[in-house]
Design a protein around this ligand. Sequence first.
Ligand SMILES: [Zn+2]
Length: 253
Amino acid sequence: MLPERIEDWTERTIVCFGAHPDDDLHAAGTFARLIQAGNQVHLVMYTDDDKGSKDRSMTAERLTAIRRQEQETAAAQLGIPVENLHWVGHGDGELEYVDPRQLCRQGAEILRRLRPDAVFSFDPGAQWEQFHKSDHRASAFSTIDAMRASQWHLYFPDLLEQGLEPHEVPVAYFYESHEPNVFIDIETTIEQKISAFCSHVSQFGRRLQAYEPEMHEEDRAGFEALIRAYTAHIGQPHGMKHAEAFRRVVNDE
Ligand SMILES: [Zn+2]
């Protein structure tokens, strides 16, 4: 049985689904803790994030290579090895236009292969549907559907033929939730979260406008302050200096 508290997990497998390299940052402090406690964390990126640049000399192909490298560097800050990164390879901003059946099958295949004890994902709640970037909506809803398809053998029979037996993920933790019910103390890993964030050089600050491989020093200081303020805002009502928040949902299907 998986212990109820994340803080008590060891030798477990965790899979985090996101639309883009950097979405996992919402849980980066928690993942660094899990890895220190002897768990395996895998990151799934549905898209290559190949459109988010305002640098007019940038191409989608070059941006894909940059984003993949940055994600490898960021993951390494948390202790996640490169072989635990899984790129599904869809186009940035176009996840809602991918055949939903294909996307669900891709998620289910990953789940049956990795057989995680817990999944982390964007919260598929109503707020996201209304306000958020379409890739995040698609990522959230498709991941839930993939969890269902993973556990029922009659979904995608070709997976069974490949030897991928059904797998039931017992619990999901939704990040960027408006209804969090779990708060994880990340005081000991906040530096790793900041380093991971700052590895995404091309995504933030002035490197978004004109790419260079190093983050501008002033930008780094500004991001560090923002992250510290945000995680303190989450943690302080719960008696923690810095925390990350999740909505925990037990899979009782
Ligand atoms: Zn994103």
